[in-house]
Design a protein around this ligand. Sequence first.
Ligand SMILES: [Ca+2]
Length: 261
Amino acid sequence: TPDVQSKQGAVWNRVPCYLRDWEMQVHFKIHGQGKKNLNGDGFAIWYTKDRMQPGPVFGSKDNFLGLGVFVDTYPNEEKQQERVFPYISAMVNNGSLTYDHDRDGRPTELGGCTAMVRNLNHDTFLVIRYVKRRLTVLIDIDGKHEWRDCIDVPGVRLPRGYYFGTSSVTGDLSDNHDIISLKLYQLTVERTPEEEKRDREVFLPVVDNLKLPGMEAPLEPMSGLALFLIVFFSLVAIVFAIVIGIIVYNKWQEQSRKHFY
Ligand SMILES: [Ca+2]
């Protein structure tokens, strides 16, 4: 995008990616006239099922299927003290999750780090590596040609045949978001037979053992209700069993009396 309000843009690969293990190197530049925290909104790198669909998540569609890595340059959430922006975060979606723009995607993020990437005189890079279901994001933003850890999440299952893309958006605040290059590398790794079995192909994006902070709240009243119902019906069943038991016992006593006399 240019450093102008309410612009958006995207670049997508035409060819789906069928690699199992890969690395995407992104050479980018974010620069603009805005003072610190008066610039926005950032850009996203995508590996998703759908391509070329404009929307609200850094210029691309929400409820996406796949992976999004966001370089978020503006803190939308108020009273944001623990986190310094620009902030890089990752999100994996099976189509059911919504990116919460007002909270900078915090409820659905897998991990992230602060990355001071604006208005720098040297080149800035990030790399997304996906090897044996492990998703890592590394950054090279200090001009030292060294990769620094940003995100590291194991157990990420992404289907093959999705599209790589990048998109960006400006709102009331703006910045130049320049993607200078996107380079995809195939990574060759050896797998043991167990790993082969474990890394079987999936058809929907999944993250193992994922507990999203935003997901717990709506689930809690449900599980409370379920627990209540289980206890309630158990009590009903016990009372019922006791009543039946007493009736049967009385009948049996009556009968045994009859037999006795
Ligand atoms: Ca934001």
